[in-house]
Design a protein around this ligand. Sequence first.
Ligand code: GLC
Length: 448
Amino acid sequence: MKDLKTILIMLFLFSYQINAQEEFTTEERLEWFQDAKLGIFIHWGYYGVKGIGESWSMYHKRISYEDYMSQGKEFTADKYNPEAWAKLFKKVGARYAVLTTKHHDGIALWDTKYSKLNVKEKTPTKRDLVKPYVTALRNEGLKVGLYYSLCDWSHPDYNVVFPRPNTQKDYPQKNQKFLSPWQRFVKFYQGQLKELSDNFKPDLYWFDGDWEKSSEQWRAESLKDSLLAWNPSVIVNSRLKTHGDYSTPEQGIPVIRPQGVWEFCMTMNDNWGYYPTDTNYKPIAQIVRTFVEVIASGGNLLLNIGPKPDGTIAEEQVERLEALGEWIKKHETAVFNSKAGLPYGHFYGPTLLSKDESKIYLCLFDAPKNYISLKGIQNKVKSIKVLGSNQELNFLRNGGAAWNNIPGILRIETPNVENVDTYVTVLEVELEDALKLYRGHGNAVELN
Ligand code: GLC
């Protein structure tokens, strides 16, 4: 008996140890994400059929609930080729993608048992569309992100601001009469999230729509605990009230460097989903510049595409992805293995620092005139070259008083015209040792 007790205690301690070992710190969970730099956001849903706003067109009463849902009949996914998507993302230099598994409209792209409002039940494709996406991404070594809208404008227990017919038939909820509507809804979305975790083991959850309820209503804290219990390495964006791991500014590029880990998401035109009449595409130069500005401030860019209902990606979007990819390839030493650059004041433009801080990357948006200046660098500089070419640039240190620790400026010659990149030119400044910055206000040179 005593032996049995000892065995049981040992077993308990052993399993406790295994569990403890499985847990990761927030820093460990976020490690891959901080090095990722580029992710692809994919808004794919019914809304592409009529080419209207994703979910919001219903909310703003631009279309009735019934007409919105009737788009499902033409959501064919018949040219859906997730392997081609994943190969393209990889080629572009993205390290992860995030797919809208369920937007605010409530339509699930996977075969969920919690509602009939899913593409397998309601659309000609008659299959789960998330599974092949997850497999294709994994085959290319990309991290898998799943977008999930907490608010659900179809669920009968979720109140909405627009006219909606009775949707009960799409939500078979057995034996739940004793629960309040909100308790039923909580059970519903927690069930769906457990299903997503079990079926796909995502690396990242991208929540949205949390603004409609409070943290208590979403049971945000315990939801985060559950997500981690189901999948200890998963990371979660900020839209789980205050319980996310990283922040998600959207559409307007941050002017002040956000604190902590962050990701900026942006559309290529003005809409998230496929919207063919919206031709207001950002020029490639703007997309490349935005990418550079974001990574120079320590963030990731989550660049959006809105595939068509058949699963193909519009030409304008492919063209932009490929152009960004070419730029990244040419400058990959600066893009990867780097971190946020110098604080404001040293260089007029974005900069990046190699992780060991022995290299500074200066990003030039326009062809420079006269000379390029870099201020406040106390280190000796070994060499300066133009990335993507063999050109070494001459430089000299001017002004300052090095013996008084006032470094003056580095005056760098401008690159040859043929070495100026169409979008953003990057100069690699190699230092003799790890970066030492002068951050002073200036003072008298006391010994001359
Ligand atoms: C907004 C919108 C949503 C979109 C998301 C992407 O929060 O509600 O439609 O999916 O931004 O960041």
